[in-house]
Design a protein around this ligand. Structure first.
Ligand SMILES: [Zn+2]
Length: 234
């Protein structure tokens, strides 16, 4: 009977490994999802920053047009200087000319400011593009890693299954059925060692008679409380 218990413990180890593998397998799509979300976020930020750059480019064109109109006005004004006849007309011309100059300077300042903003925004866009490229690389890498992990898991699962089948055949049908029934009800371990005079599954104290019988190992015994299969460790 000790041999049967040893086999059962080994079977339980394989079951636990199988469960662990299934959990790992279920986590794989999540890894891809996280990488994809990261890329999506980077792309969204990039399109936002690009829109801002477009806006600044448009603004720059508007300010350039405005400056050109002012410059043309100044040229026209200068050409009038030869037509001036009176001192009064000359005074008025000087006034108009000073105003035009100030207007042009203001327009140049505004244009410069918009151009500086544009330069800075171009740098922001470039860094966002680099971020998207890096996230794309990460996703590709993650995909290949997930594929590899999934391939390894599958291979290992096949080996486990083979070992499981071989082991099952060596276990008495009744014992195996009991084990499977228990395993389907309880999560985790169902074949547990004695811990002193208690069941290490539910930690209840067991009757001395039962403890002694488990230690003898002549037949399979289960815990009176949690019904897990008991064995004497060591
Ligand atoms: Zn118990």
């Amino acid at each position: 009977m000790k041999d049967q218990l040893t086999l059962l413990i080994r079977l339980q180890e394989l079951d636990l490994q199988r469960n662990q593998q299934q959990e790992e397998c279920q986590k794989l799509p999540e890894r891809l999802q996280i990488a994809q979300q990261s890329l999506d976020r980077a792309k969204a930020l990039l399109s936002q920053e690009r829109a801002l750059l477009d806006q600044l480019n448009k603004e720059k064109k508007e300010k350039e047009d405005q400056l050109r109109i002012i410059e043309e006005k100044t040229v026209k004004l200068k050409s009038k200087v030869t037509e001036l006849k009176t001192n009064k007309e000359y005074q008025a011309y000087l006034c108009e000319s000073a105003a035009a100059k100030s207007e042009q300077e203001k327009a140049e300042d505004v244009l410069l400011m918009v151009m500086e903003k544009g330069d800075s925004q171009r740098k922001t866009v470039a860094s966002c593009e680099a971020m998207v490229a890096s996230e794309e690389k990460m996703l590709v890498l993650e995909k290949s890693e997930v594929e590899e992990a999934s391939r390894q898991l599958l291979e290992s699962a096949r080996n486990l299954d083979r070992g499981y089948m071989e082991l099952q055949e060596k276990i008495e049908k009744g014992i195996l059925e009991d084990y499977k029934r228990l395993a389907s009800i309880r999560k985790g371990v169902v074949v547990v060692p004695l811990k002193g005079a208690t069941c290490s599954g539910c930690h209840f104290s067991l009757p001395p008679q039962l403890v002694a019988e488990v230690k003898m190992g002549i037949k399979i015994h289960t815990c009176s409380y949690c019904h897990r299969i008991l064995y004497a460790a060591g």
